[in-house]
Design a protein around this ligand. Structure first.
Ligand code: FES
Length: 281
């Protein structure tokens, strides 16, 4: 059993929790995720590890209510328990494998869309702790849906905020900001890491391809076992089938078949939506 020690309602459907999970906290690296389960027969839900405190043995998770299980998660209080937490899962960000010298040669831009700010944060923080400062473009549909801006400002070189409706920051989408930074302000980025809704990652990758910036995206498809056995999380990357849970979640954004990923996500949404309706009835 894994005790919840902090619950914060971030915005709208986004929640943040700290959970006692010493093993995961000790092993987690930026880019990895975990699976949480509530109740013996609960659904296994993959969640971003937004932060970890190795000394306290806690991990910070951020999730969005998108279906019945995450709706149940959002009713948990401090002192409640998750039945199971499995992780850390997936491969760490490739930044973790790089030497300090290699990192110092990089000029990295992160693009975080909506709840994608949660997996972006530990990577930017990890770099900051090693003296490497990265830029971040933080986007959301409107001001009320922006998360982790203050956290990111503490660890990033620059945070450029953009909202679709212009209620905060620039009006427009994340790719507008990226184009402006590169084409008008002359920024030269060696690498882009884009995490957010699949549609955002698709357009971010199209833009960075035009701009010639190598790009990593983090895919979060439906997962069941999280260990490469069930095939639920399969994606097409280049001419290969990959499993997000063991081969990812990060992939070359210029090779991911985003349209196929979106089609599979829609099927999932229908089932999740149905389960949510049943729960709320
Ligand atoms: Fe089953 Fe990835 S979740 S193979």
């Amino acid at each position: 059993m894994y005790k919840i020690t902090r619950v914060e309602h971030l915005v709208d459907k986004d929640w943040l929790m700290d959970v006692e999970a010493p093993y995961v906290a000790r092993k987690a690296e930026p880019g990895q995720f975990m699976i949480a389960k509530l109740g013996e027969l609960g659904e296994r839900i993959p969640l971003t590890i937004a932060d970890y405190d190795r000394e306290k043995g806690t991990i910070t998770i951020v999730f969005q209510v998108i279906g019945a299980s995450t709706e149940k998660f959002s009713h948990l209080k401090v002192g409640d328990y998750f039945t199971d937490i499995v992780g850390p899962l997936g491969r760490p960000s490739e930044l973790v494998e790089m030497t300090k010298e290699e990192l110092e040669k990089e000029n990295i831009i992160f693009i975080a869309g909506g709840v994608g700010a949660a997996p972006v944060y530990p990577q930017v923080k990890w770099l900051h702790e090693r003296g490497i400062e990265a830029d971040v473009i933080l986007g959301a549909r409107n001001k009320d849906l922006l998360i982790m801006e203050e956290d990111l400002r503490k660890v990033a070189k620059n945070v450029y905020v953009t909202t679709d409706d212009g209620s905060y920051g620039d009006k427009g989408v994340v790719t507008d900001v990226l184009k402006r930074l590169v084409n008008e302000e002359g920024k030269k980025y060696t690498r882009c890491i884009a995490i957010g809704p699949v549609i955002m990652m698709k357009f971010a990758a199209l833009t960075t391809k035009e701009l010639g910036i190598p790009t990593i995206v983090s895919m979060n498809p439906i997962m069941i076992d999280g260990t490469g056995m069930c095939g639920a999380c399969r994606l097409v990357v280049g001419d290969q089938v990959k499993f997000a849970c063991v081969d990812g979640p990060e992939f070359d954004g210029h090779l991911v078949d985003f349209n196929l990923a979106m089609k599979r996500q829609l099927t999932y949404k229908t089932e999740e939506g149905q389960a949510l309706l049943e729960l709320l009835e």
